[in-house]
Every structure is written in structure tokens, then in C-alpha cells.
Design a protein around this ligand. Structure first.
Ligand code: PLP
Length: 374
């Protein structure tokens, strides 16, 4: 039988490399016979403290209403966000995770080979994935010392360039852009080119850049935020874009009618109130990062100082170290798919989780070091 469908498929899909997420806990449990409760996942930059109790309570209170469609416009969540950010609700677009806002930006600006997207060489994988899916042209601009090279990105802007993605702090490197440099960059980008500043990890930065002020003064800036990291709601899939009203209006047109679900909306709205959960998360992240850094230093491992809730660390053979940790019930993230085969990325976990990780490290590194010496 000839495979007729394969000749009918959108050619962009045949070239696309699927996204490789962090290994799910249940999958490791099935493969190695662990109980899911004993597995430690430090692979997807989730909040190790879990969701805010406010979110859990809000979900419990609203469970009996899940037979109803959600408010497609997410009125209550948008109102709460607008009040906390001092912007108008018309500046906000809710998404099924901030990933959806990334996709919507491609719908708006980059869906053909004549439209080009720029991002750094070590950037969040979904930018490239979407460019491939939409058949847009893209350039991966060389970074400098694992940080965005903003000058190079500016020089790479050409007549076809429509969209630039800048994650700050960046994933997978964890590096941040000094605020003044970011402002200069945003002012220098021609107004016909849209800059998406992906702030998935901005809640972990003590002195975040005032990017919201750019929404008020420029037409070409979009900010992406998520409830998946600091707020611990990754499983609910809820994020948002903040954009000038003209762009926000088009993003609204491009989205599905009920793109964010009801429980996600109520949980996110409740999470915004829980300052205690945010403070606790910041505290364990800062303390955990310090512990990891000290541990890596003791082990003689090079790492990239991080402004987010994870650290990129050089282990020599990322796949080997990833697999060795799996055998011990610990999931970290190998970085081969990011072009960083010698590195792994580790999310900052609870003190107990980090103790187990750091305890396991020396024996896992031993065979690699013995090989090095041969
Ligand atoms: C830089 C960056 N942007 C966006 C996302 C997507 O987050 P979500 O779709 O869960 O909001 C992630 C998730 O890891 C990320 O690291």
C-alpha cells in the first residue's frame, strides 16, 4: 500500500523535530518500577513547593462548576492581572501556557518563508519548533558567554525580520540581561519588528526590568509571562501575553474561543493573592541555588550562574549523567537537544531533594572521570 497521506501532509511537519519535554514522573515509575512518590523531578523548572494553597482551595470550591464552559475572555483573571500590573485588561491575552502566546505570535507575524524570526543560539526550544511548524525563516544568533548577544541580534535584523524572541532570564542558560542593556536594545529595534520578551522566569529576579513601560510607549513589544514557574501551576497550562492594544486585539482574534480552562483561571486568580507562597518559593530557590553552586564547586563542575530557578552545569556527557540519575529515581534534563550535549540543566528543588541529588553526584561522575584519565 502506498502511503498516500504522507504526500498530503504539510511539508513543514515532515522536517519538524518534536519538543522533548522533561521526562514525566509516571513514565520513569513505569520503566524502573519506582513508586511515583519516591521520584524526584528536577527537569522542567517547576515549583518544588507545589501550587499555592490558595489555588488548591479555589479549585476545590469551583470543581462543581466544570460542566460549564469557562469565561472565554477570562474576565476575573484579567482584571486581577491588570490591577496588579497597573495596565488595562485590553493589554492582556490569556494563553494555554505562555507557549500558546508564542504560537499566536507566529499566527500574527511569521507564517511563511518570507517572514523571518530571530532568537539566540541557546534559546527556549519552542521558538524554533514554531518557526519550523509555521514554515517561517529563522536565524539562531550566536550568543556570547551563554548570554544573548543583543548587538549581534540587532545586526541580524534584515528586511524579512518580523519577530524577535528574547527570554530574560534565558532558558536553558539561566542568564539575564542587565536592565539598561535591555532598554537600549528595545529602543534600537525598528518599530516594524516585534520583540517578544519572554519573562517566564522574571519572578525570580530581584530587580526586574521595567518592560511594562515599553508596552505603553512602543507598538512593537510583547511580554510573555506564565503561572507555570513561580506560581506552581504548570499542570493547568496558564500563561499570558501583555501587549499594546493593537497587537493584543489581533492575538485575541487568533486564539481559540475557550483557550484557557475554568480551573486554571480560578487557580491563577487565587495564586496572585498568595504573597507568602511567592516569598517561600524565592527563599528556597535562592538557598537551593547557593547549595547547588557550592556542591558543583566542590565537585569541580563548571556551571553558568543563574538568575532563574535552574542551573546549567557542565558534566562532560549529559546523556550519561541523565540516565545515571534516572536509575536513582532522579529526573534532570539532558541538554543534547539544545546543542549542549556536555551539559545538564537542573531545577532548584527542596532541601531534601537537593541533598539526594548532591549525594548521588560523585558516584555518577566517577566513571566519566576515570575515562578522562585514561
Ligand atoms: C523561557 C520559557 N518560555 C516559555 C515557557 C513555557 O511555559 P508555559 O507554556 O508552561 O507557560 C517555558 C517553559 O519551560 C520557558 O522556559
Amino acid at each position: 500500500m502506498t502511503n498516500i497521506i504522507s504526500t498530503q501532509i504539510n511539508p513543514s511537519l515532515t522536517k519538524l523535530t518534536p519538543y522533548e519535554p522533561g521526562k514525566p514522573i509516571e513514565e520513569l515509575a513505569r520503566e524502573y518500577g519506582f513508586s511515583p512518590n519516591e521520584i524526584i523531578k528536577l527537569a522542567s523548572n517547576e515549583n518544588p513547593l507545589g501550587p499555592s494553597p490558595f489555588a488548591v482551595e479555589a479549585i476545590a470550591k469551583n470543581l462543581h462548576k466544570i460542566h460549564l464552559y469557562p469565561d472565554g475572555n477570562g474576565y476575573a483573571l484579567k482584571k486581577a492581572l491588570a490591577a496588579s500590573l497597573d495596565i488595562d485588561t485590553e493589554n492582556i491575552v490569556l494563553g494555554n501556557g505562555s507557549n500558546e502566546i508564542i504560537e499566536l505570535l507566529f499566527h500574527l507575524f511569521a507564517s511563511s518563508p518570507t517572514e523571518e524570526v530571530l532568537f539566540s543560539k541557546y534559546a527556549f526550544a519552542v521558538y524554533k519548533l514554531m518557526a519550523e511548524l509555521f514554515g517561517a525563516s529563522f536565524k539562531e544568533v550566536d550568543d556570547r558567554s551563554f548570554s544573548h548577544d543583543l548587538q549581534s541580534i540587532l545586526h541580524s535584523i534584515g528586511p524579512k525580520t518580523k519577530l524577535i524572541f528574547i527570554a530574560n532570564p534565558n532558558n536553558p542558560t539561566g542568564t539575564r540581561i542587565p536592565n539598561e542593556q535591555l532598554y537600549e536594545f528595545l529602543d534600537a529595534v525598528p518599530e516594524r519588528v516585534v520583540v517578544a520578551i519572554d519573562e517566564a522566569y522574571i519572578d525570580f529576579v530581584p530587580d526586574p526590568p521595567q518592560t511594562l513601560s515599553f508596552i505603553k510607549k512602543r507598538e512593537n513589544i510583547v511580554i510573555l509571562r506564565t503561572f507555570s514557574k513561580m506560581h506552581g501551576l504548570a499542570g493547568l497550562r496558564i500563561g499570558y501575553g501583555i501587549a499594546p492594544k493593537s497587537i493584543a486585539n489581533y492575538l485575541q482574534r487568533a486564539r481559540q474561543p475557550f483557550n484557557t480552562n475554568f480551573l486554571a483561571q480560578v487557580a491563577a486568580t487565587a495564586s496572585l493573592e498568595d504573597k507568602q507562597h511567592i516569598l517561600q518559593t524565592l527563599k528556597i530557590t535562592e538557598e537551593g541555588k547557593k547549595r547547588l553552586e557550592d556542591g558543583f564547586n566542590r565537585l569541580g563542575l563548571r556551571f553558568i550562574p543563574s538568575s532563574a530557578n535552574f542551573i546549567l552545569v557542565h558534566v562532560g556527557d549529559g546523556d550519561y549523567v541523565f540516565k545515571s540519575f534516572l536509575k536513582k529515581g532522579i529526573i534532570i534534563r539532558p541538554m543534547k537537544s539544545y546543542g549542549l550535549a556536555e551539559w545538564v540543566r537542573i531545577t532548584v528543588g527542596t532541601p531534601e531533594q537537593l541533598s539526594k541529588l548532591l549525594e548521588a553526584f560523585p558516584s555518577i561522575l566517577l566513571p566519566l572521570r576515570t575515562l578522562d584519565k585514561k
